[in-house]
Design a protein around this ligand. Structure first.
Ligand code: NDP
Length: 283
């Protein structure tokens, strides 16, 4: 039976460290500040934004939420980003995705000052991640790395398989595993014989968005299985990409959904905010 990696507990530890760092900076006269921008009224996005606001306040980070109507124009949104770029109270800027269709998400992200890009989505920061010399770690992949470290196992020399190649999860995830000397394969919707490739993995990261995609026959006995996916099952319950009940008896370590990668993403975001505050104050 796999050891369950408790993302909630690990995230709580990270948050404690962040709170201590925020307090230490405050004692030096530096306040950490974050701005979250939400355009439109997507209910899931509103929940994510509220969670981020709550996490900031619990760790002593100043935060402001900018709620903009769905019909906000590209120019208006870019003007707000420019204003936040120049606001010394704000160290980190985050634009909640998805944006309404008429807005160009890529252009918006490229307008964020890379020094305030706490999501690490700006091409500059993505490039820094590629070369392994980065300021901000991408939040979800960094959270996954922390959960892997929690097992006490080293990534070095391990066969790592990442299922999913998005710019925000799959690709940076593969880079972080590579930086720790894993032998990494990235799979996607055009991959042939996904099951055979997954079965080779000592470390398997699923980041697709498809409930129960990873079944028991796709997992090597003893593997570390990390489930990034966030889906709704037929009965409306939150679930990941891994068929948890079937895989748990086979894997060595496994993350649950909820309570695995999800809490880590916000914790790593807070870490990036403190890092931004330090750097912007020459500390
Ligand atoms: P995307 O939709 O951007 O990417 C999904 C990836 O999965 C694509 O690369 C796609 O391939 C691949 N894929 C689709 N179908 C298959 C298949 N049948 N076999 C193999 N690969 C497939 O999603 P994200 O990366 O943004 O997110 C992935 C999941 O992680 C979602 O459930 C999301 O909600 C969750 N998530 C969770 C977070 C957390 O904090 N826990 C944070 C961010 C995301 P192709 O490129 O060929 O289309």
């Amino acid at each position: 039976m796999a050891v369950r990696i408790d993302g909630k507990a690990v995230a709580a530890k990270v948050r404690e460290e962040v709170a201590a760092e925020v307090a230490e900076l405050k004692a030096q006269g530096v306040e950490t500040g974050m701005a979250v921008v939400l355009v439109g009224d997507d209910p899931a996005s509103a929940i994510y934004v509220n969670n981020k606001k709550k996490a900031c306040s619990e760790t002593g980070i100043y935060s402001e939420v900018h709620l903009l109507p769905t019909e906000t124009t590209q120019e208006e949104l870019l003007a707000l980003i420019e204003k936040l770029n120049g606001d010394p109270k704000i160290n980190g800027i985050l634009v909640q995705s998805p944006l309404p269709r008429h807005l160009d998400e890529k252009l918006v992200v490229e307008h964020i000052d890379p020094k305030k890009d706490v999501d690490a989505f700006h091409a500059y920061n993505v490039g820094r991640i590629m070369i392994g010399d980065f300021t901000f770690l991408p939040c979800t992949p960094a959270g996954v790395m922390k959960l892997i470290h929690e097992t006490g196992l080293s990534v070095e020399g391990k066969r790592c398989v990442v299922v999913g190649r998005s710019n925000i999860v799959g690709k940076p995830m593969a880079m972080l595993l590579l930086h720790e000397n894993g032998t990494v394969t990235i799979c996607h919707s055009k991959t042939k014989d996904l099951a055979a490739i997954c079965r080779e993995a000592d470390i398997l990261v699923a980041a697709v968005g498809m409930a129960k995609l990873i079944t028991a026959d796709m997992v090597k006995p003893g593997a570390v299985v990390i489930d990034v996916g966030m889906n709704r099952s037929e009965n409306g319950k939150l679930c990941g990409d891994v068929d948890y009940e079937a895989v748990e008896p086979i894997a060595g370590y496994i993350t649950p959904v909820p309570g695995g990668v999800g809490p880590m993403t916000i914790a790593m975001l807070l870490k990036n905010a403190v890092r931004a505050a330090r750097l912007q104050n020459g500390l």
